[in-house]
Ligand binder design. Structure first.
Ligand code: AMP
Length: 586
C-alpha cells in the first residue's frame, strides 16, 4: 500500500474533530490493508514503531532533520533554521522544501507503508559509531522520494510531533467495527489488549483470525499486563458501605509501582506506564530471584526507599533519585530499596487475574520467602469502620500515603487496565511539611540488629513540655548516623542509662534502653503527622492522637550547647504542624 493513503487519512483525521468520524475513517483504511500493512500502520498513525514497553523510540533530533533538509534542498543550514523559526513546525518546512525541489526533478519512487516503516524502524534502532550519518542518509532517502505532504508527516513522525489523538483505544474501536462485526465485541478486544498491550499484534490478530483469535489472547511472560487502578472514596464508612460491609485493607506505600515478570528465573521489571525499568533496579532483580519461589510468575509490588543503615522506610523523594540511566550501582548503595508485594497475576502457567483477591493474596503469601528486601504489603481483614479508621491512622503515622481497601467478593478479580471500586484508595488529605530542624532529647533507644548489633538501631527522641516539665516522645530516629556516631553513642549515653523509663519521660512506647533526658541532637524530618503512638501534643489535634515527626534524620549536630530543657518544645511542634499544613493534590 502506498504511504500516501496513510498520509491522506492523517490529514482527514486532523480536520475531523469528532471521535466517531475518526473511527469511521480508520475503519475504512484498515479494511483496505493486508494484515502486515495494518500491523505497521497502527504504529505509524501514532508516530511510533513498536509498543511503548519495548522502549524503541523514534525521537530524531530536530538538528538532524534540519541537516537533511539542507542537503536535500541545497539551501544553507541557516536558511532552514530561519524557515523553522518562522513556521514553528519542521513538518511544514519539509513540505516547502520538497515542493520547491519537485519543481526541478521529475523522477522519484512512490513510498510504500512497508518501506517507510522499515526505514523508520532502522533509524530508531541504530546506535553507536557512525549511526548519525547513517540515520541522516536513511532520512534523506525517504524525503527525496516523498511528496510534499508525505514529507510534512514523515518529519512530524520522526521528531515525535505527530499528535493526532489517535490513541490505542480509538484503534481498538475501529478494529472491532472493521473485523469483529461491530462495537459489541469491543470488550473482548480490550481484554486481549489489556493482557497483551501491543496494538500492532492485536490488529494483525483481529484481521487474520477474527473474534476467535482475539479471544485466545492470554498472558505472555515478558509482556507487561496493563495495571489495575483504584477508585477513591472519602472515608472508611463510605468504603465499607461500597464493599458490602467487609474488605481487606493494605498499607498504601509511597513509592514506585513495579510489575515483575519471572521467566525461567530471568526477571523483567515494568513501571506503571509499562516501560521496561529492569536496568534501573538490579537490586530488586536479585532479591526477586532469591525470594520469589516459582520459576515463572508475574507479581506486583510497590518499591520503596529504605535507609541503608537502619532499614527504615524513606520518603518518595529519595526513591526518585534512583530514576536514572547512569551511575546506577552507586545510587543503589546510597539509596537501597525494598519491595512490598501486593498482587500475583500469574504463576506457573496459570492466569490468576480472574481469581478473587483473597485467593491471589493467599497464593502470594505462599510463593515468597519474606525478607527485609522482599515482603508482603501489610494487610488486615476488616468489617467495621473503627478498625479501618485505626488502620488508616496507623498507616499514616508510619509515613504511608494512606491505605488501599480491596474487595474480597467473589468477583474481586484483577481487572487489567481498568479503574474500579474493587480497589479503593483512602489517602490522607493533608500533610504538614517540615522544613526546619528540631532539637530533640534522647530518652530511649532500641537494640540494633545485623550490622548494628553492637550499638543502637534507633533512638527514641522527645520534645520538651515546659508547662508540666516533662519530655514527650515524637519520633524514632535511626537515619543519618555515621559509623563513627554509632560507635560513640553507647559510650556517650552510658552515664545516663537507667533501668526503666525516667519519671519525666511520657511514652507509650516500650524502649529497649532508657536514659535520663540529657543529650540533645539536631534532626530534620520530612513532615509531621498524627500518631497513635507518640505522646507529643497528645489530644491537642485529635483525641487519642499525638504528633510524630516522619522520616527523621540526624543532621550530624550534637547540640552540646543546649540543655534538655532548651530542646524544641511540644508547642513549637504543634505550631509547625498547624502552619505547614498543605493539601495533597491528586
Ligand atoms: P494512585 O497512584 O494514588 O492512584 O494509587 C495507586 C497506586 O498506589 C498504585 O499504582 C501503586 O503504585 C500504589 N500502591 C501502594 N501500595 C499499594 C497496595 N498495597 N496495593 C495497590 N497499590 C498500592
Amino acid at each position: 500500500m502506498r504511504f500516501e493513503k496513510v498520509v491522506d487519512l492523517i490529514e482527514q483525521v486532523e480536520a475531523e474533530s469528532g471521535r466517531l468520524a475518526m473511527i469511521d475513517l480508520l475503519k475504512s483504511l484498515f479494511k483496505s490493508m493486508t494484515p502486515e500493512e495494518l500491523n505497521k500502520a497502527v504504529y505509524l498513525l501514532q508516530g511510533r514503531i513498536r509498543p511503548e514497553y519495548e522502549g524503541i523510540e523514534l525521537g530524531i533530533a530536530d538538528k538532524l532533520v534540519e541537516r537533511a533538509l539542507s542537503q536535500l534542498s541545497g539551501l544553507p543550514l541557516e536558511t532552514i533554521e530561519n524557515m523553522y523559526a518562522d513556521k514553528g513546525d519542521l513538518g511544514l518546512v519539509a513540505e516547502e522544501v520538497v515542493k520547491r525541489k519537485k519543481q526541478k526533478t521529475l523522477f522519484s519512487r512512490t513510498l510504500t507503508v512497508e518501506e517507510v516503516y522499515n526505514t523508520l524502524y532502522k533509524m530508531a534502532t541504530l546506535a553507536g559509531k557512525g549511526s548519525i550519518k547513517y540515520k541522516l542518509d536513511l532520512l534523506l532517502n525517504l524525503l527525496s522520494n516523498a511528496s510534499p505532504k508525505e514529507a510534512r508527516y514523515l518529519v512530524r513522525m520522526v521528531t515525535g510531533k505527530l499528535r493526532l489523538g489517535v490513541g490505542d483505544m480509538s484503534i481498538l474501536d475501529a478494529l472491532s467495527e472493521a473485523f469483529l462485526g461491530g462495537k459489541s465485541y469491543r470488550p473482548v478486544l480490550e481484554r486481549a489488549y489489556n493482557l497483551h498491550p501491543d496494538i500492532g499484534y492485536i490488529a494483525q490478530l483481529a484481521v487474520k483470525e477474527g473474534l476467535e483469535g482475539v479471544k485466545k489472547v492470554g498472558i505472555t511472560l515478558g509482556i507487561p499486563i496493563r495495571m489495575a487502578l483504584a477508585e477513591r472514596l472519602k472515608d472508611p464508612e463510605e468504603i465499607l458501605e461500597k464493599m458490602g460491609g467487609r474488605c481487606a485493607a493494605e498499607y498504601k506505600y509511597d513509592g514506585e509501582r513495579i510489575q515483575a515478570h519471572k521467566d525461567d528465573g530471568k526477571i523483567k521489571l515494568f513501571s506503571r506506564r509499562l516501560e521496561d525499568i529492569t536496568y534501573q533496579y538490579p537490586d530488586v532483580v536479585e532479591s526477586l530471584k532469591k525470594h520469589l519461589k516459582p520459576e515463572r510468575a508475574i507479581v506486583e509490588m510497590e518499591c520503596v526507599a529504605v535507609d541503608p543503615v537502619s532499614g527504615e522506610l524513606r520518603p518518595f523523594q529519595e526513591l526518585m533519585q534512583r530514576r536514572r540511566k547512569y551511575s546506577i550501582e552507586e545510587m543503589m548503595k546510597k539509596i537501597p530499596v525494598a519491595v512490598k508485594l501486593f498482587d500475583v497475576l500469574y504463576v506457573g502457567g496459570e492466569d490468576y487475574t480472574l481469581k478473587p483477591y483473597p485467593q491471589r493474596r493467599r497464593k502470594l503469601e505462599e510463593i515468597i520467602i519474606p525478607s527485609e528486601e522482599v515482603d508482603l504489603a501489610r494487610k488486615i481483614d476488616v468489617s467495621d469502620v473503627e478498625t479501618l479508621e485505626k488502620f488508616f491512622e496507623e498507616a499514616v503515622s508510619e509515613g504511608m500515603e494512606g491505605i488501599m481497601a480491596k474487595s474480597v467478593d467473589e468477583d474481586s478479580i484483577y481487572e487489567a487496565g481498568a479503574r474500579s471500586y474493587r480497589w479503593v484508595k483512602l489517602k490522607r488529605e493533608y500533610k504538614s511539611e517540615l522544613t526546619d530542624t528540631v532539637d530533640l532529647v534522647i530518652v530511649g533507644a532500641f537494640a540494633g540488629r545485623g550490622k548494628r548489633a553492637e550499638t543502637y538501631g534507633a533512638l527514641l527522641l522527645a520534645a520538651y513540655d515546659p508547662e508540666n516539665d516533662v519530655f514527650k516522645t515524637v519520633c524514632k530516629c535511626g537515619t543519618g548516623f555515621t559509623d563513627e556516631d554509632l560507635q560513640k553513642l553507647p559510650q556517650m549515653l552510658k552515664p545516663y542509662t537507667l533501668k526503666e523509663r525516667h519519671p519525666k519521660v511520657i511514652s507509650k512506647i516500650d524502649a529497649d534502653y532508657w536514659f535520663e533526658p540529657a543529650i540533645v541532637i539536631e534532626c530534620i524530618g520530612a513532615e509531621i503527622t498524627l500518631s497513635p503512638i507518640h505522646t507529643c501534643a497528645i489530644d491537642e489535634v485529635k483525641k487519642g492522637s499525638g504528633l510524630a515527626i516522619r522520616f527523621p534524620r540526624f543532621t550530624g549536630r550534637y547540640r552540646e550547647d543546649k540543655s534538655p530543657r532548651e530542646a524544641t518544645t511540644e508547642d513549637e511542634i504543634l505550631e509547625m504542624y498547624r502552619q505547614k499544613m498543605i493539601k495533597i493534590e491528586g
